[in-house]
Design a protein around this ligand. Structure first.
Ligand code: ASP
Length: 404
């Protein structure tokens, strides 16, 4: 019997084919075909992923908590996860700022006229009201709005209560593991369609984004991508090496399918099912990955943090504002918080960039200067975001002493 090609291989072929078709359509002048006839198939695929993301996060986290079978272990995994997320995000901000300042100092950033820039920012209610909003008043509303932070809080409460109820919760335990088995089955079917999503989105992006604005912002994009690459190579592969003893090649090979998928879908939440498979492949314990990955796809956004730092320095230079060391510290703190608050969906990091700009007094309308190429930034930052989640699940597994 012929051996079936592995998913990462299929995804790689889809990526290359998508780029080739996108280039042909771009130079042939029929980019519209990709928008009208290819992208809709990518949209169908992402819709399918979005439709299972709430049950995946809910059931995966509750199942993970139940499997740990001990609230102390949940606490210990939770603390290690959050510490890993916070430390790596703060390092990401520093890397982003270092690259942005090098580029800015060397005069590599273009100076764009911001007079015509238009962008309407979302209102931020401040830290306390954001904190209050994490706690749901109506569970069903959290599900229908796909408010992932609230879904995580619900999962923690329900999972903890099932553990606390002991024998009386047996029916609930069985229900959760049975429902999760069904969702996992559905997930693997949807993931098997990933090459179609990757191919259609890639062809569409390549065919439609080759505009002038991309050329004018090329060096800003290069700066962000250098930050993404350095962070992945230094922070993730070093943590896999130092904490788990895993070679960087093995780590990136294992994470490859999720990385490419995130790159094309620009959604950490939608990539969650693929990240779970990759984490399992790299030896992350199932109960730990079931806890770490949904949490990471909601709050751990190192790529977003790098992007926000680079964009802030660039937009500040367009506004003729020279950031002081004190202001850079504000950038690190606000970009860390803004990235935590960024939802794992396409384009969310740019919306949260407004929070960082507001903290520095840079006009939020300046975001209009980079909005046209946000997808290009987003592809790299989402790729880095999910890589960080997978790295964390592997490290926490090791720290909990359960590495396979
Ligand atoms: N698209 C990113 C993600 O899903 C979030 C962002 O826009 O920065 O991880």
């Amino acid at each position: 019997m012929k051996k079936k090609m592995s998913l990462p291989m299929q995804i790689l072929i889809a990526l290359v084919a998508g780029i080739a078709v996108g280039l042909v359509c771009y130079f042939g002048g029929f980019a519209d075909i990709t928008t009208n006839y290819l992208k809709p198939f990518g949209d169908i695929f992402v819709n399918l992923l979005k439709f299972i993301v709430v049950p995946v996060v809910l059931l995966s986290m509750i199942d993970g908590i139940i499997s740990m079978n001990d609230m102390r272990k949940v606490g210990s995994v939770g603390v290690k996860t959050v510490v890993y997320f916070l430390c790596t995000t703060a390092i990401a901000c520093v890397i982003g700022l270092v690259f942005a300042n090098i580029f800015n100092g060397a005069g590599l950033f273009p100076v764009l006229d911001a007079a015509s820039a238009e962008y309407e920012a979302k209102e931020f209610g401040g830290f306390m009201s954001t904190l209050v909003a994490i706690f749901p008043t109506n569970m069903w509303k959290s599900f229908t709005d796909a408010n992932m932070l609230q879904v995580i809080v619900i999962s923690l409460f329900l999972g903890g209560s099932i553990l606390a109820a002991g024998e009386r919760a047996k029916l609930c335990r069985d229900f959760v593991s049975s429902a999760y088995a069904v969702i996992e089955q559905l997930m693997s079917f949807i993931i098997s369609l990933a090459p179609i999503g990757v191919f259609t989105y890639m062809a569409w992006v390549v065919a439609t984004q080759g505009s002038e604005v991309l050329v004018s912002l090329l060096l800003v994009i290069v700066c962000a991508y250098l930050g993404y690459i350095v962070h992945a190579v230094v922070v993730y592969s070093l943590s896999a090496k130092i904490f788990v003893g895993m070679s960087p090649v093995k780590f990136f090979k294992g994470a490859f399918a999720a990385m490419i998928f995130a790159f094309t879908s620009t959604s950490s939440a939608a990539t969650l099912p693929v990240s779970k498979e990759c984490a399992a492949e790299l030896g992350a314990e199932d109960d730990i990955a079931s806890f770490v990955l949904p949490l990471g796809s909601t709050i751990n956004m190192d790529g977003t943090a790098i992007y926000q730092c680079v964009a802030t320095v660039f937009l500040a230079s367009c506004a003729n504002i020279h950031l002081t060391i004190g202001q850079m510290v504000i950038v690190v703190v606000t970009a860390t918080l803004a990235s935590i608050g960024t939802a794992g969906v396409s384009g969310a990091g740019m919306i949260m960039l407004a929070m960082v700009l507001e903290a520095l007094g840079i006009p939020v309308a300046y975001i209009g200067l980079i909005v046209a190429v946000d997808r290009i930034f987003d592809m790299g930052r989402t790729c880095l975001n999910v890589t960080g989640d997978i790295a964390c699940s592997v490290c926490v597994t090791k720290w909990e002493g359960k590495k396979k």
